[in-house]
Design a protein around this ligand. Structure first.
Ligand code: ACO
Length: 324
């Protein structure tokens, strides 16, 4: 069998209709547009409607990615869905999406790495394709964080939003792919930090979904160092540097973290895709949402060198370097 590589065939996303501006947040908790924009860069976020679940958001994003790829659901034989906010404890939200799309072959599963979920899912799906276990995968990041926020805690509820993004990747022989496709991935985890960002409920502990709790300062303190660690590993593995990048698409948690990471790595400001102002932090959905925005507005083009990076609860962190 010839050696395989995963190339991106399409991208899509979905945001729930309701928009909550910082002004709206100030009606819920004691906060202000100045505080939120100054500390995070966030101006608004979307919130899923009652009865709108993570699987609904994911299915919309997946359908958009399939349209963009010019493919049908039947062409997909793997779904990897990154989420920390599944519809149900089981089965996986991925199988609900599979059923919604009318697919009954292949395999589907969820992956939980919180905000690093999409980078983890893309890396896992890439490995499945390269091993010949599947030919075309939908890799989805989808979240309804509004359901696990403590809406009385101003230090966390202003930061997050709901949404979904997806890419279709396809295994092609290396000779056909040329320079396109996933070049290198680097994943990390360090569970010693789990108390800094977690949800205080769960099936085995409280039998409740729980609420998000975060030591914001501690997360901030670690974020830039962890982000630069995996990016430097990616640069070294691919023998490239910041100047070779066309686009940097980081996890959209906080504009200050994004700016500080780009600065430390020497990535030019105009190569950084930023959507946190419009979407807030959508956890596993943030990178594919940002990718979709930058592809659809014409910034990311075929052949561009794109770096994805994320860091989140656990801590988990990781980076994927690919040629679009
Ligand atoms: N509006 C107004 N005031 C607020 C708000 C709010 N929404 N939230 C907190 N404050 C107040 C606090 O009560 C505190 O007041 P005090 O000084 O009177 O006690 C003051 O603002 C400062 O609070 P800090 O928590 O120290 O604020 P900080 O400057 O650290 O900013 C923030 C908080 C934005 C969360 C910051 O720590 C941060 O960016 N952390 C990174 C965490 C992050 O982005 N996490 C996302 C998930 S993880 C990930 O995706 C990587």
């Amino acid at each position: 069998m010839s050696q395989l590589k995963s190339i991106v065939r399409g991208v899509g996303s979905y945001l729930p209709a309701e928009v909550l501006t910082n002004g709206d947040m100030a009606k819920i908790v004691e906060t202000s547009d100045d505080w939120i924009v100054g500390r995070t860069g966030i101006k608004q976020r979307h919130r899923a409607a009652a009865g709108e679940f993570t699987s609904h958001l994911a299915t919309h994003a997946a359908s958009a990615a399939l349209d963009d790829a010019g493919l049908l659901p039947a062409d997909i034989d793997l779904i990897v869905l990154a989420t920390a906010t599944p519809d149900l404890t089981f089965p996986a939200t991925a199988v609900q999406v599979q059923a919604n799309l009318g697919i009954s072959h292949g395999y589907a599963f969820d992956l939980q790495a919180v905000c690093s979920g999409f980078v983890y899912a893309l890396t896992v799906a890439d490995a499945q394709l390269k091993a010949g276990l599947a030919r075309r995968a939908l890799v989805i990041g989808a979240e309804t964080f509004s359901r696990i926020l403590d809406w009385t805690d101003r230090s966390t509820c202003v930061l997050f939003g709901d949404g979904a993004g997806a890419v279709v990747i396809e295994a092609v022989p290396v000779v056909e792919a040329g320079t396109r496709g996933i070049i290198t991935s680097h994943l990390r985890a360090d569970g010693r930090h789990k108390a800094k960002l977690y949800v205080d409920g769960g099936v085995s502990t409280t039998q409740t979904a729980g609420h998000l709790r975060m030591e914001g300062r501690d997360v901030y303190k670690h974020a830039v160092a962890m982000i630069t660690d995996v990016i430097e590993a990616s640069f070294a593995a691919a023998d490239v540097g910041a100047a070779d990048l066309d686009w940097f698409v980081p996890h959209q948690a906080n504009l200050r973290i994004i700016d500080a990471s780009a600065k430390k790595l020497g990535i030019a400001h105009d190569k950084v895709v930023v959507t946190v102002d419009r979407h807030g932090n959508t956890s596993a959905a943030s990178i594919p949402l940002a990718l979709d925005v930058a592809v659809k507005d014409g910034r990311i083009k075929r052949g561009d060198l794109v770096l994805l990076e994320a860091m989140g609860g656990g801590f988990t962190w990781g980076a994927v370097l690919l040629r679009w």
